[in-house]
Ligand binder design. Sequence first.
Ligand SMILES: Cc1cc2nc3c(=O)[nH]c(=O)nc-3n(C[C@H](O)[C@H](O)[C@H](O)COP(=O)(O)OP(=O)(O)OC[C@H]3O[C@@H](n4cnc5c(N)ncnc54)[C@H](O)[C@@H]3O)c2cc1C
Length: 424
Amino acid sequence: MNVLVWIRRDLRVTDHPALVRAAALGRVLPLYVADPADWAGPAAAARQWEFVAETLVGLRADLADLGAPLVVRVGRAEEVIARLSRSYRIDRVLCLHRPGHPVPAGVEEVGPDAPLPPPALTPVPGVEPGLIPAARALGLAPDPCPHRQPGGRAAALALAESFAGGRGAEYPAALLSPVGGDRAGSRLSPHLAHGALSAAEVRALLPGKLPPRAARAFLDTLRLPPGQAPLPEGGDSRHLAAFAGAQTGLPLVDACLRQFRATGWLNARGRGVLASVAVHLLGLSVQDAGHVLGRLATDHDPAILWPQMAGLAGASARIANPVKLGQDHDPQGRFTRRWLPELAAVPDSHLHAPWRWEGAGRLLGRRYPEPVVDPTHAARDARDRLGPVRRAWAAPHRTQDLVLVEGTAASRPRPASAQLAFDL
Ligand SMILES: Cc1cc2nc3c(=O)[nH]c(=O)nc-3n(C[C@H](O)[C@H](O)[C@H](O)COP(=O)(O)OP(=O)(O)OC[C@H]3O[C@@H](n4cnc5c(N)ncnc54)[C@H](O)[C@@H]3O)c2cc1C
């Protein structure tokens, strides 16, 4: 029997039940399809493809070692699969089940995760492997990301080892700030998002290595369910260009956006602050705000992004105060000044609200923009807009301990969903 294994966001040979099943059934044709339609989406970016392409190089070598090199094609996945099925007498098409990523008719999903060693493979003979395309061949615009994490299984394993072997000891305390966590976070998200290693493999690496509290917190994060969520409507996106260009005039926001742009990564709290500011203070639609954040992320995964956006924009959302957050988490501006050198002359006392500084006239509108909104007024307007929704939502949810107005840490709402809670 000839079995085609369609590899999507599972770019690995270990812990791959579909490959194991296929190997047991007969000859195997492992296929990756780069579909230009997927890469034309509003949250797609060359940084994501370049990461995937680096991972595919290693995957091709790993599959060749097992006996059946990876076949890569560019085109619509259903059409490519149908064409190969006709040409090579494919009897069955398998792929790994992945929540939030449905498959077309005729493709059988295999799952769930269960760490499995890679199988030996007998190839379907005579299939031309095909080139791994460059980003521009998929229609992707140049997208400089000078500090992007490298793709590939070897890089993923090195990160997992260094996290379990030391970096992770500060987890998750170092992630409580929107400006932290580059070291104490696992940084595994792009590898997990594209499946260079599985969550089950990461779990298997941890025992006895991380301090128990850090291990518990990390495993809880890793277990957060991806999925789909209905998005709230609304927003006029007048300030979209300022947000997308990291030119909002709100220093913490622009610094977070610039880190995200240069590295392809920002910790979860930083992303939460950006989403909240974009939707509540700048009035962007959830979709537009999500597309900006998705494009910046090497780990872009719609099944994580959109439930997060829905939670941060919905009825139980809190409204981030970027001035106070900046003052609390970056009082001397180590983070903010690194990404916004144009603010070098602003004293610490005014760094997060430079429009209140007496020297503002020399800076704003010249080297750094005026704030596109007054954050205090914008927060008041957002609370007024959300008020009726929150009251309607609060009544039936009172028993779930939801407090729906910003307040002290003690009175802040807990999310109804399993997604992360942000102390904004
Ligand atoms: C608005 C917003 C958008 C986001 N978009 C994405 C996205 O497109 N892709 C993505 O991988 N993460 C996304 N996240 C979740 C989170 O920000 C990143 O996973 C995290 O910053 C990655 O860093 P890390 O690998 O060091 O994470 P760690 O803190 O080390 O977490 C370990 C792993 O758990 C998973 N994880 C973390 N947070 C979540 C979550 N909330 N839901 C489900 N799984 C989670 C990731 O795979 C991550 O690598 C988003 C969060 C927010 C608030």
